[in-house]
Design a protein around this ligand. Structure first.
Ligand code: MRU
Length: 341
């Protein structure tokens, strides 16, 4: 499964707004189209956004290739800024853009620039898949035969270029023959768990049960959850974790019940420059996403609604952070610093 790729001078992606009922590719030939796709969550999930950002810069160079060199360079730099701002919380988006921005050379002609940017974006995408597999391999050490795992949102192949982070651990453990079962949180308001994680697990025949978000506490109390495994959108230098709204509630519940919370993310998700969890920008989305559920209005039109897309879980509630370079356990400045490339 490849969530996002580059073909015929277009960025192509699985349109995740249509899943699980319709599987369709969405193609973007312009930066405007890609920004719309990012903001509408056609492509979503931190590592996939990293690849989208990197491909977006290549797309910009293609769009402006006929312009005089100075203008070409200026417009690509402007597009870098627009792409990086498209969604604020997942650091991977600006990371992917900045990786490409660093390659720009105002003395180089458009065609050479395009070639370098496309190649580099492809390398970033391919590395993401390899990193996910390493995360899966490291993380599977924390999973025991017979474990029941609760996950939130979608940190699977669809949230990355392929394979997945949290679901990468699930995939690897399943592949090793461990008998595991996954509880999939529905993840309101946009139901990434029900629509996307459940889709991936059903497709692969990994035993899974869908639950609504408010069932987690009673499942834990009944002893039916052994581990909580989630992804991350940004991790501070101290190990505080921004992830899909609802992760913090799960972390508090897991802590109360003595259940380890495992976070899976590539090192590119760690913002080593961010030392205070309050400094993580939290995206606030349209309140209609709360008033509606999968296109159906579920609340009166006049009601106020609040829609932060992410929350932050302090490091003290996190058992371990699994990256492609190893595991930070417990996560703190020292253990995370040791994973820096
Ligand atoms: O708003 P989304 O769907 O982009 O949010 C995605 C998440 O919160 C994921 O858990 C996170 O990006 C990790 S993906 C490997």
């Amino acid at each position: 499964l490849r969530t996002i790729f580059f073909e015929d001078e277009k960025v192509k992606m699985i349109d995740q707004t249509l899943l699980p009922l319709t599987y369709r590719l969405h193609a973007c030939a312009t930066v405007d189209c890609l920004i719309e796709a990012i903001q509408m969550l056609r492509v979503r999930g931190a590592p996939a956004l990293g690849a989208a950002g990197a491909y977006g810069v290549a797309l910009s160079a293609i769009e402006h290739r006929k312009e005089p060199q100075e203008l070409f360079y200026r417009h690509v730099v402007e597009d870098c800024a627009r792409l990086a701002r498209a969604r604020p919380t997942a650091i991977n988006l600006s990371w992917g853009v900045n990786e490409q921005r660093a390659l720009l050379d105002h003395q180089e002609g458009p065609e050479e620039t395009i070639e370098r940017l496309v190649e580099h974006a492809k390398r970033i995408a391919e590395t993401d898949v390899q990193n996910n597999k390493s995360i899966g391999r490291h993380g599977a050490r924390l999973i025991e035969d017979g474990d029941s795992i609760l996950t939130h949102c979608n940190a699977g192949a669809l949230a990355c270029v392929g394979y997945g982070t949290a679901l990468g651990i699930v995939r690897w453990a399943h592949g090793e023959g461990k008998r595991i079962h996954v509880y999939v949180d529905e993840t309101r308001p946009l139901c990434q768990g029900a629509r996307l994680t459940a889709w991936e697990l059903v497709r692969e025949g990994i035993p899974a049960t869908l639950v609504t978000d408010n069932m987690a506490g009673s499942l834990m109390r009944a002893g039916r959850v052994d581990k909580v495994v989630v992804g991350a959108d940004r991790i501070t230098a101290h190990g505080d974790v921004a992830n899909k709204i609802g992760t913090y509630s799960l972390a508090v519940l897991a802590h109360h019940h003595g259940i380890p919370l495992i976070v899976a993310a590539p090192v590119s998700t760690i913002d080593f420059s961010c030392t205070a969890l309050e400094d993580i920008p939290i995206e606030e989305r349209d309140a209609d996403e709360v008033r509606y559920c999968c296109g159906v209005q579920v609340a009166p039109s006049g009601v106020a609604a609040y829609n932060p897309a992410f929350d932050v879980t302090p490091a003290s509630l996190v058992d371990s952070i699994v990256t492609e370079n190893g595991i930070a356990r417990p996560p703190d400045k020292r253990s995370l610093g040791a994973l820096k490339p």
